[in-house]
Write a protein that binds this ligand. Structure first.
Ligand SMILES: CCCCCCCCCCCCC/C=C/C(=O)SCCNC(=O)CCNC(=O)[C@H](O)C(C)(C)COP(=O)(O)OP(=O)(O)OC[C@H]1O[C@@H](n2cnc3c(N)ncnc32)[C@H](O)[C@@H]1OP(=O)(O)O
Ligand SMILES: Cc1cc2nc3c(=O)[nH]c(=O)nc-3n(C[C@H](O)[C@H](O)[C@H](O)COP(=O)(O)OP(=O)(O)OC[C@H]3O[C@@H](n4cnc5c(N)ncnc54)[C@H](O)[C@@H]3O)c2cc1C
Length: 661
């Protein structure tokens, strides 16, 4: 064990294990998670070559092999609970995407949410036995965000009781779906439904794309891989062109919308039910943001205690780089963010399960709140985590740039969350739409509920106007509940500002849509402030559940740092809302510095509490034992370029060049 890391652990003021239990949701869950992780770690089938040294095709193949292995092994061990499957996959996959991931996270959930009982009886056993391997094909080359404009058509032919699927243009070719290129034999295709000469908008269809058995593409199906990307090397994101592909009427997912044998169309209770799987993933991605940023923080903070560089005091040994205030300022707010997102991820998951439970019972009343919350939090957390991973990478200096740190891999595989399942800006605008609707309702005296209920208070305040100067709303920077209140007021002010901006534009513009576009910066800002408030509020509520005083104190400091750092980053908003005064700006910085010094001695224990096994981090810099340098040398020696002492290119190009000049 590296002596610096050992000292850090010994100096922690709280019991790391207790905090791990809180993160896991109880000691029994920690025990079971570790038990499952040991199944993978002790399994020689999962001891594979470092993926960094493989070509893309080899990485894809290794990932498919791993997917197949995971399925077999989990069945063998009887692991079927969703949380346990998740534990198993997290350790087996590390920070790499899963080759047949789309089958699990989109294909199966869409079947479960949109199939009739008869369809479920047919498709579920096939999908669960992997006779059918599926993907979710929505995005087209020409349209990803604006899905109402998708061009793929599914036209009902009553004579044969079939739908005929077509990609009428180049821009209508399905583009991007994961696992589409090579892995899947079926796709849930989102297409414009035509029946009795009328278009009824987007609906989901199960389309066989490869023959079961031979895996050859079926007639009329042009399918393949879209080529290398920024990351996601393991995944065959694909293209799909459909040329008069016929599928039986029963392949339209008909739980809600239906096409009768005579071609009559029956409307669903809500046309947004088709979008349910996206809401599911957006809700789950919030927790994935926590995972990605907590991994990056673990690597960067452990390394920052092992790495010694430069000189703090003349003549003294080089200090640990985490002792530089600037290094703490880069990393500790991100550590606080990781904790905040973890608790918000848990909340989002529970909220998703609660509201979809109601939806399954026919109560759609909370669907708009779920959509707005999942869209906004998905965007907020993925943006912050993505930028944060990059900060962690740079905070490791040159070694952070090496794949041995794992940070480049974490970044390239995480950053597409800002784009997929709804591009972030577009998601923020969806949340803004809900905020403005709620604002209008609250202003008209109607009570709004859920996370926007603070807008009720705002409308009450307007009924009893107060001079800004008369209000003593200035935030107490040392008091967390005062900070939560400040975030709430900031959010309501920015929602109000966006609403007013929209009203002004409406008077100037020809259409509602133009007015909306002309104030969309304000709208995104309002959504951002709303999400920020939700996160601060949920983090603080979590503290009330923590019984152990030492752990409570450590978490309190983190929550305080998270809230205060947000004030520091958004001082303009807090000043504009009259929540902060110019003289208080120096206090913000002063208070931040105090919190950094308070948290610094616990920083290693706080990342240890995430309890990532070395096998999951796969990072030389983030090793638990801190033996970085020896292992870095060993890792580099495995590089394929080092397999021969003299590379072939020397004989082919350099030697001839030398002989000519
Ligand atoms: C088990 C563990 C799981 C772990 C998971 C980890 C992650 C794993 C990663 C997996 C890999 C992912 C691979 C990626 C897959 C994909 O990317 S699939 C494709 C995703 N595509 C999108 O997300 C497209 C984004 N676009 C849209 O969602 C919509 O087009 C839009 C932008 C929301 C607009 O829709 P439109 O129909 O045009 O609606 P509007 O006219 O704007 O609004 C109408 C009203 O409908 C409301 N609304 C919109 N969407 C929803 C919804 N989903 N649910 C409920 N309501 C919705 C909208 O708010 C409007 O409401 P009103 O204001 O009341 O009118
Ligand atoms: C790794 C990866 C995996 C994916 N997997 C799948 C999959 O399995 N299945 C699938 O169907 N799709 C998948 N996708 C596609 C993904 O869902 C889309 O890329 C995503 O929805 C964004 O759409 P787009 O690419 O058309 O972006 P665009 O909509 O073209 O966005 C480009 C820019 O335009 C802006 N913009 C667009 N519309 C608006 C607006 N209304 N207001 C303001 N700004 C706007 C955006 O903010 C952005 O800055 C995947 C994508 C990636 C990168």
């Amino acid at each position: 064990m590296n002596p610096d890391l050992r000292k850090e652990r010994e100096a922690a003021t709280f019991n790391t294990e207790l905090l791990t239990h809180i993160l896991d949701g109880g000691s029994e869950r920690t025990r079971r998670r570790r038990e499952i992780e040991s199944l993978v770690i002790g399994d020689p089938d999962f001891c594979h070559e470092d993926a960094n040294f493989l070509s893309r095709s080899e990485r894809y193949e290794a990932a498919v092999k791993k997917s197949a292995l995971m399925i077999m092994k989990m069945r063998e061990y009887g692991i079927s609970d969703p949380d346990e499957i998740y534990y198993y996959k997290c350790i087996a996959n590390g920070s790499h995407p899963e080759a047949i991931g789309l089958h699990f996270v989109m294909f199966l959930p869409t079947l479960k949410s949109l199939c009739t009982p008869a369809q479920m009886d047919k498709w579920l056993p096939l999908a669960l036995s992997f006779q059918v391997i599926g993907t979710y094909a929505q995005t087209e080359m020409g349209h990803g965000t604006h899905i109402r404009a998708l061009e793929t058509t599914a036209t009902f032919d009553p004579a044969t009781q079939e739908f005929v699927l077509n990609s009428p243009t180049v821009s209508s070719i399905k583009w991007w779906p994961g696992g589409l290129g090579k892995t899947s034999n079926h796709a849930i295709v989102l297409a414009q439904l035509y029946t009795q000469g009328q278009c009824h908008g987007l609906h989901a269809f199960i389309v066989p794309i490869r023959a079961m058995g031979t895996h050859e593409p079926l007639p009329g199906v042009v399918v393949g891989d879209i080529g290398p990307k920024f990351g996601f090397d393991e995944i065959d994101n694909g293209f799909l062109k459909l040329e008069n592909v016929r599928i039986p009427r029963e392949n339209m997912l008909m739980k809600y919308a239906k096409v009768e044998p005579d071609g009559r169309y029956i409307k669903p209770p809500s046309d947004k039910l088709t979008y349910g799987t996206m809401v599911f993933i957006r809700s789950m991605v919030v927790g994935e943001s926590a995972k990605a940023i907590s991994k990056a923080c673990t690597i960067a903070i452990r390394y920052s205690t092992v790495r010694r560089q430069s000189e703090l005091r003349p003549g003294e040994p080089e200090p640990q780089i985490l002792d530089y205030q600037t290094q703490q300022f880069k990393l500790l707010p991100l550590l606080a963010t990781a904790y905040a997102f973890h608790f918000v991820g848990q909340y989002m998951r529970q909220t998703y399960l609660r509201i979809t439970g109601d939806i399954n019972l026919g109560d759609f009343s909370e669907l708009p709140e779920l959509h707005a919350l999942s869209a906004g939090l998905k965007a907020f957390t993925t943006w912050v985590a993505s930028a944060g991973i990059e900060v962690c990478r740079m905070s490791c200096g040159g070694h952070g740039y090496s794949h041995c740190s794992s940070l480049p891999g974490i970044y390239v595989n995480f950053t597409p969350t800002c784009t997929y399942e709804g591009e972030n800006t577009v998601m923020m605008l969806q949340t803004a739409r809900y905020l403005l609707k709620s604002y209008t309702q609250a202003s008209a005296g109607q009570k709004v509920s859920g996370m926007v209920s603070y807008l009720n208070e705002m409308s009450q305040q307007r009924l009893q106007p107060q001079q800004v100067s008369a209000r003593s709303t200035s935030v107490n920077l040392k008091d967390l509940s005062s900070l939560v209140e400040a975030y709430k007021i900031r959010a309501s002010k920015l929602v109000e500002l966006a609403a007013k901006s929209l009203q002004t534009e409406l008077q100037l513009m020809k259409t509602k849509e133009d007015a909306w576009n002309h104030c969309s910066i304000d709208l995104v800002r309002a959504s951002d402030a709303h999400c920020h408030f939700v996160i601060v509020k949920l983090f603080c509520s979590k503290l009330a559940e923590v019984e152990d005083t030492a752990v409570h104190s450590a978490l309190y400091s983190l929550a305080h740092l998270y809230a205060l750092h947000g004030v520091y980053q958004n001082t303009g908003d807090f000043l504009q809302a009259g929540l902060l005064t110019v003289p208080q700006l120096t206090q913000v910085t002063q208070q931040l510095k105090e919190l950094l010094s308070q948290i610094r001695p616990n920083s290693v224990a706080l990342v240890d509490a995430f309890d990532y096994r070395d096998e999951m981090l796969n990072s030389v810099l983030g090793r638990y034992d801190g033996n970085v340098y020896d292992n870095m040398f060993e890792w580099a020696r495995k590089s394929p370029l080092n397999q021969t002492e003299v590379h072939n290119s020397f004989y082919k190009y350099l030697k001839p060049l030398q002989s000519k000049l």
